[in-house]
Design a binder for this molecule. Structure first.
Ligand code: GRF
Length: 216
């Protein structure tokens, strides 16, 4: 890894995870630098967060492209203009093509609001409540061609309370997302985290299938 790890963050919305990543890098000596934020929506509030932090922004409207392949090819061009070491998906609400995922293999991270492999896809908090789960949480993982399916890096686990609603759970899970995403980005930037043919490795040790678990 170069002395500094340049990161491009992809968003579609509010960007609270982006904010947590930005906040974690401000201050001296952080090994990562967010060099650009790219959104597929011009009205994503995360763009405003990036501008306030003096980070370059780009908007690429997926509706302007004929198909996923064309959009992803354009997206690769925009991202690669910044030559990032790492690409971070932070609420980027697009399904990526296999070609895109392969292009960034080993340097593409995502955060998902469930304890993967449970509840891939949407409405994770509702589904955890409906299933009567006693624990819920969020996961950071390397992105592979399987949706929400790549090797896990870190999970935060929280207890589900008897009076929880999807909204209250979402709120508590979000707090944890803002804790584990900066952590995973830092590990990567410090060259401690890597994708191997069999999973994810931290400090030369294969991580368990659940990634490193932080309990609350
Ligand atoms: C988060 O819940 C994240 O897990 C999911 O999308 C949401 C983005 O939230 N992938 P925000 O835009 O970072 O606030």
């Amino acid at each position: 890894m170069a002395a500094r790890c340049d990161v491009v963050v992809l968003i579609s919305g509010s960007g609270s995870n982006l904010q947590a990543l930005i906040d974690s890098t401000t201050g001296c000596d952080h090994p990562a630098r967010i060099c650009a934020v790219v959104s597929n929506r011009a009205d994503a509030f995360g763009l405003e967060r990036a501008r306030r932090a003096g980070i370059e922004t780009r908007v690429l409207d997926h509706k302007a492209y004929a198909d996923r392949e064309a959009f992803d090819a354009a997206l690769i061009e925009v991202i690669d203009a910044f030559s990032p070491h790492l690409v971070v998906l932070a609420g980027f609400m697009r399904i990526l093509t296999p070609g895109f995922v392969r292009h960034y293999q080993g340097r593409l991270l995502n955060i998902h609001p469930s304890l993967l492999p449970k509840y891939k896809g949407l409405h994770t908090h509702q589904r955890a409540l409906e299933a009567g789960d006693t624990e819920h949480g969020c996961s950071v993982h390397f992105v592979t061609e399987e949706l929400d399916g790549g090797p896990l890096v870190v999970q935060a686990v929280i207890p589900v309370q008897s009076d929880d609603t999807p909204e209250s759970l979402a709120q508590r899970v979000h707090v944890q997302e803002h804790r584990i995403y900066p952590l995973a980005m830092r590990w990567f930037a410090e060259d401690r985290l890597r994708l191997t043919p069999t999973g994810a490795e931290l400090d030369g040790q294969e991580l368990p299938a659940s990634g490193q678990q932080l309990r609350n």
